[in-house]
Ligand binder design. Structure first.
Ligand code: C5P
Length: 235
């Protein structure tokens, strides 16, 4: 993962309700940000997918955070559709059937699959209520190993999980880490936060950042400060 430019390791989360607001932010950020995450809110707004395609056509990298999970035939065919859009990353839930089907759907394309092991909104009680017999701390590494065995490209993981996951999955898989807050920043609704430098030190390859940039008085300066911190942390 060392060949990636430090500035390309920052993924800006376009958590916005419509394309007009997303377009304005992308224009403000200009050439400082090269990688954008389009989640369900923006993708499912009127022309969200068309906007993601437009960004890809303009040379930006796109992370489609759509967290697919359905019967294998549907996941395979949906992944194949998304693979045609020129995106770089797509998230899927880390269920073995879903991961295997997505892998088939992405075959032959440049789309890389990132598995979400356990949603960070889940704690052990939520897992029990959903019928699971494993606590979060067992289920995350279990699913990470399944993802690795199935040839999934990477994982989305909080910085607090990243170091342990990196040790267990090795160097090959991509680790993408949200919940990033520059030192002294507002946590917002994030419970498990880390600074950019700490996340990189824990083994993250890419950092997903939303509000610390989108709500900054000068978003471009905020993005560049985080990119500088990433570059410094990687030495
Ligand atoms: O604004 P903020 O920097 O908290 O945004 C983080 C982004 O990362 C959001 O798009 C959020 O949905 C996403 N994310 C997360 N935690 C996860 C997975 C994704 O915060 N476990």
């Amino acid at each position: 993962m060392s060949a990636i430019k430090p500035s390309d390791r920052l993924i800006l989360a376009l958590d916005l309700p419509d394309v007009a607001q997303a377009r304005a932010l992308v224009t403000t950020l200009g050439d400082s940000v090269s990688f954008y995450k389009v989640g369900m809110e923006l993708a499912y707004s009127g022309d969200g997918f068309a906007f993601a395609d437009e960004l890809a056509a303009r040379g930006k990298k796109i992370f489609l955070d759509l967290k697919l999970h359905d019967i294998p035939n549907t996941v395979k065919r949906a992944t194949a559709q998304l693979a045609r859009r020129g995106a770089t990353f797509l998230t899927i839930h880390a269920f073995p059937q879903t991961m295997a089907a997505a892998k088939e759907g992405a075959a032959g394309s440049g789309l890389k699959l990132l598995a979400v092991t356990v949603l960070t909104s889940y704690d052990d009680d939520d897992l029990t209520a959903a019928g699971y017999r494993f606590p979060v701390r067992d289920l995350v590494p279990h699913r990470a190993q399944q993802a690795k065995a199935l040839g999934i490209d990477g994982l989305v993981a909080a910085a607090s999980e990243a170091a342990e996951l990196r040790r267990s999955i090795g160097e090959e898989m991509i680790l993408v880490t949200p919940g990033i807050r520059p030192a002294g920043g507002q946590a917002g609704d994030q419970k498990r936060i880390a600074t950019p430098a700490a996340a990189i030190a824990a083994g993250a390859d890419y950092l997903v950042v939303g509000r610390p940039i989108t709500e900054a008085a000068d978003p471009r300066a905020a993005a560049e400060a985080i990119q500088h911190e990433i570059a410094t942390a990687r030495g």
